[in-house]
Write a protein that binds this ligand. Sequence first.
Ligand SMILES: Nc1ncnc2c1ncn2[C@@H]1O[C@H](COP(=O)(O)OP(=O)(O)O)[C@@H](O)[C@H]1O
Ligand SMILES: [Mg+2]
Length: 269
Amino acid sequence: MPSAAAPNTGANPVAYDSPSRTLVVQRRDIISQQGDSPVRVVPAWASPPDTSVLVMLGEASSEATASLRVIRHRLEQKRAEGMWTFGVTSARDGEGKSTFATQLALVLSESQRARVLLVESNFHRPSLARILGFRVPDGYGFSSQIVRKMRGSLEPWCVVALGPALHVLAESTAEQGFPETLHSTHFQNAIGFLSRGYDFLIVDGPSVLGSGDANVVENAVDGLIVVLRSNMSKGNDLRDAVKQLGERKTIGVVLWDVELGKKTNGKGR
Ligand SMILES: Nc1ncnc2c1ncn2[C@@H]1O[C@H](COP(=O)(O)OP(=O)(O)O)[C@@H](O)[C@H]1O
Ligand SMILES: [Mg+2]
């Protein structure tokens, strides 16, 4: 296994070129009285979220936003039942998992109604930093952090704050990642530990078919949401994916990217 880039693990781990955008939240503000190691929260570097990607939330009246808020309502009900870590997956790549997981995290944290951590777990095809328009601090991609934990590091998990209620633990695309770390117990432990500091933890997962990666995410979360993309997803693939996942954790299927005017029970755009 190649070595993880050694980050500056000093008290001030990253240099920020835009102090006015500082959104630092100290760990004591987000995680209270945990006996475990702390979490370090750093501000998003430079660019703001990509407004073209976030257009759904910008248009408050859109059917998509309304549908996302309905999904939020359902998840808030699950939260009351003691479920608050949710994975997003789909049968194959490109069906909108990352886009949906991002939108869901945004709508859950809207108006600071809940503290949300969005976690990337598709280490082979990471995209959250690109979608949200921020840079993962050097050495703080999720899989790099897992590698250091595997070597015995006691450093805190480092997450990026996009706002006071929305934090992200993303994989870097600028640095070498370590996709195999998904299968380590440290991944599952990280989800469990980090989730205690948030009202919701959303995992942007890998696709189901062709590997066991999505099953790892399934094991790590309380509930799984399967995304289907209209005009793209195939019924056979969905059937095979649901078979591979089983029904234990799957809490729903979201029909994503549906043209308005078509009759569906899913979300519209
Ligand atoms: N609801 C949607 N409407 C239009 N385009 C979408 C939608 N969801 C995803 N896309 C586009 O589809 C492509 C793949 O989406 P992505 O979320 O990265 O898929 P996945 O994470 O499943 O691989 C991206 O270019 C994204 O912008
Ligand atoms: Mg993705």
